[in-house]
Design a protein around this ligand. Sequence first.
Ligand code: SF4
Ligand code: SF4
Length: 489
Amino acid sequence: MAEYQIRHCERQLEGGIHPETYKDLSTSAPCVFIDDPKRLVFPIHFSGGGPGEPLVSIGDTVSQGTPIIKCQSGIIHVASRAGTVIDITDHAITHPSDDVSASIIIEPNGSKDQSYLHPLSWPFDADTLRDRAIEAGILGLGGAGFPSFKKWSDGTQTLIINAAECEPYLTADDTLMRIDTHSMIRGACMLSQTLDIKTIVIGIEDNKPEALAAIEAALQESRSDCFFDIVLLDTKYPSGSARQLVWLTLGIEVPTGSRSVESGVIVHNPGTLAALSRAIDGKPITDRIVTLTGEALTTQKNVIAPIGTPIRHLIEATKTNPASLTSITVGGPMMGYQVTDFEAGITKTTNCLLAREVEIAPESPCIRCGACATACPVRLQPQQMVSALKGGLLDRAIHEGLTDCIECAACNAVCPSHIPLAEWFRLGRFEAREKANEQRLAAEARERFEARNKRLERIAQEQEAKRVARKAKTADALNKARKAREESA
Ligand code: SF4
Ligand code: SF4
């Protein structure tokens, strides 16, 4: 049995809100496997892990697990089902841009052909685990899609399993923790033992009693000697935001502009650790749990779907006519984004499809009530930042803390004037990143120019030194010749 303790979190989240959670909508039905769709869509550059290149051609036959995309980060994405590559073309994608991008289209053939990796035998070292995570396409499944292996640095003290799932409607992590608990625990233990991590913390909101019971049962059955510190968090949004979770569970404030890993802490989603456990056994990521929810769907549930499944297929699985919806939210109501083309396929980071009939209230002027500042978990002044951004004063917004904003939209939820504050901040942060990139590129160009000038100056000095030396040598030779002539005369 693994040792563990359960304790209530002694810290309070700064700011935050208590929205209606609507979690029961999707957890009251069992999680089911979805029938294979007629086609699967894999964006080449937006499947997670950065821009990619296709490893297959039109007409190729693939097995479940055949590598099909290699990303710049090294991450490999595989075919989630056996079938034929019928096209590589621009296609609608599941992405905040709601745009099209180059994608691989696979038509499943119903075959059970599998092309998995060989199982790793314990013990293995960190480099072996990193290579396996790359080959199996292990990404942060909580939404960010950051390659997991990039977080695994030496000197990490603590692994936090982010089991908070604090955003309303989302229950994919809750479901995974109920039905695939052993994989999550095993993945966490293997990662910790490989990286010599001392403590595993599970930060879980106190509205998930079934998941907590499943975790306890799995730990009692586990033969691992890892120690688990289970921290029960008050149900409050956004306690699952990485920075906030590190502070709530460990009391560590991650400095602005740095990642939690730089403070000796790795934060992973439960699904990521379960996927890592399967990858150790040789199975790359081919499927994920997706929450299908919202009052505009006829039924709500969690499903296990192949990566690449078109959104339309999932909507139909809830007995809902896709034509009755104009768009769907990918993710939760706070941080999700809209997709309008239901032919787009789900990716590894698609944790929820949310369909709601929401009336968008008209925006009115700010009444300076301060509610947004009270709700902000980062102690920012959203009304001042938005005022700067509306006035085109990006630098002032940055000075006010724009780059610290975690885009949680808690400010939006409480604003009586219905100002879309978080949308402004997303846009402003994008512009700030672009500007920083431009400045970095300009600085790099300046450095290159200065280095070139220095190199040319050095070459000129060396040439001059050689010329002077040559001249001296010639003068010396002439002197010697003159002296020789004088002596012989
Ligand atoms: S979106 Fe940004 S400004 Fe608004 S509450 Fe969240 S962190 Fe604060
Ligand atoms: S909550 Fe809305 S109205 Fe109130 S200060 Fe903030 S932006 Fe202004």
